[in-house]
Design a binder for this molecule. Structure first.
Ligand code: GLN
Length: 452
């Protein structure tokens, strides 16, 4: 089969399914078709494992000449003049970008209901959310619109939607993947990562997008392993830690039971597990919302109506232009975070909020360091419950925030973690979260693949 045919098929599937799923914000038809024709000229012996395959990209990753909005009105009509480093790497591997995927505005949210454009549906049940913020990246893969997608994860935004949609999503170690061209939400927490239908595809895609980048000073100069080579099926002697905080209050009975079942499977393959404690977990949510909102309030100051996208009309002067553009351009959740962050960073409150949260972040990181010194991986549920109904908790930000209680501490620590499918509740998929040591995604993949 030619790459041109494969690409056409991908667009046909999107056309057939996206009326229901509503995952795509923009399609890259013309350019993808031209790319496919070029790729068909490349000799077979020069083609890597992902050559010619279609992929969808979250809309906070910039794509040259293809509208990039972060699902915000403030970026409406913004056509970037360059590709993100990860997009360049996809192209170098011969992958074909099909289009841009919906998300919660500026990646703030857990359900895709914060998109300024539309709410993506969960393909398992169209009245449910796909999760967020990379909800459409997970839904498009789950629905079979594309076999691969990229998401971003600041506090769970790859893993929670992967769990809700029954697919595989990896948040790599902080620094593993370049953030150049990822529109920043919280720069010290954001990472781009792959969403796929199985673990092997995920390992291949992570290898493709990883590596140090002169355009991102926080990208790490560490070797990129052949992650797929770790998929040996052998986990004999593997030491698993199960934090009691991950199975405690607020975690649903089905999620807990599915983790216990998974542990039995892993034990039967020769692994052992013990209960441990991550004592500062209870502070993670508060710490995350102070730090991520502080960073967001600073990062989002660049959207002023002068540089990109939308600009308010009928204004009196420059200050008015800034104010009106931001008032009309940002949605409620984004405004909430900017206010929270600006407050935390203000002179009178900085020590009590921002600085204190930084100190607690260190304690949280140390909890993980201690456990990972003695164990190969940490295992728990990805989210406390399966996907909830559209509209069910949208008016209640605190309940929405609590959804990420099991994924957020991982971003604060900076370690890598995957979510893989693990059982069902009421016909909706649940996710198993496997957390590893810094730059040891290989061990995570090995365990995930052995279980899969
Ligand atoms: N749901 C979390 C938030 O709203 C995490 C989002 C993310 O990882 N981008 O901040």
């Amino acid at each position: 089969v030619s790459i041109a045919d494969l690409t056409k098929e991908a667009f046909d599937r999107v056309e057939k399914l996206d009326g229901d799923v509503e995952a795509f914000l923009a399609l890259n038809k013309e350019k993808a078709t031209a790319t496919a024709a070029e790729l068909d000229q490349v000799p077979f012996e020069e083609r890597g494992p992902l050559f010619g395959l279609p992929i969808g990209v979250k809309d906070n990753i910039v794509t040259e000449g293809l509208e990039t909005t972060c699902a915000s009105k403030i970026l409406e009509g913004f056509n970037p003049i360059y590709d993100a480093t990860v997009v360049k790497k996809l192209r170098a591997a011969g992958m074909v970008t099909i289009g841009k995927l919906n998300m919660d505005e500026f990646a703030m949210g857990s359900s895709n209901e914060n998109s300024a454009y539309k709410t993506t549906k969960n393909p398992w049940s169209l009245d449910r959310v796909p999760g967020g913020s990379s909800g459409a990246s997970a839904a498009a893969v789950a629905a079979g619109e594309v076999p691969f997608s990229l998401g971003s994860d600041t506090g769970g935004s790859i893993r929670q939607p992967a769990a809700y949609c029954g697919v595989v999503g990896m948040k790599p170690t902080y620094g593993r993947v370049s953030r150049s061209g990822l529109v920043a939400f919280a720069s010290s927490l954001d990472q781009i990562g792959p969403i796929t239908r199985n673990v092997e595809d995920n390992a291949l895609l992570l290898e493709t997008i990883s590596g140090v980048d002169p355009m991102d000073s926080t990208s790490a100069n560490v070797e990129v392993p052949n992650f797929a080579a770790a998929l040996t099926g052998d986990i004999k002697g593997l030491r698993i830690a199960v934090p009691k905080e991950y199975l405690g209050e607020g975690v649903g009975e089905a999620a807990r039971a599915s983790v216990m079942e998974a542990l039995k499977v892993l034990e039967s393959l020769g692994a052992t597990w013990e209960e441990v404690s991550l004592p500062h977990s209870k502070y993670a949510l508060a710490t995350y919302y102070i730090l991520s909102s502080s960073e967001a309030s600073s990062n989002l100051s660049r959207f002023d109506g002068i540089r990109y996208g939308f600009r308010a009309e009928n204004v009196e002067n420059l200050m008015d232009l800034y104010k009106e553009t931001r008032a009309q351009g940002f949605g409620n959740e984004v405004k909430r975070r900017i206010m929270l962050g600006t407050y935390s960073l203000s002179a009178g409150t900085y020590d009590a909020y921002y600085k204190k949260a930084q100190q607690v972040r260190t304690l949280i990181k140390e909890d993980y360091d201690k456990v990972l010194a003695d164990y190969d991986v940490i295992i728990g549920p990805t989210a406390p419950t399966p996907a909830f109904k559209i509209g069910e908790i949208v008016e209640d930000p605190l309940t929405m925030y609590a959804n990420d209680i099991l994924t957020i501490p991982i971003n604060l620590a900076g370690v890598p973690a995957i979510s893989i499918p693990c059982g069902f509740e009421d016909g909706m998929p649940l996710g198993l979260q496997i957390i590893g040591n810094y730059f040891d995604e290989s061990t995570i993949y090995r365990v995930a693949h052995a279980y899969e």
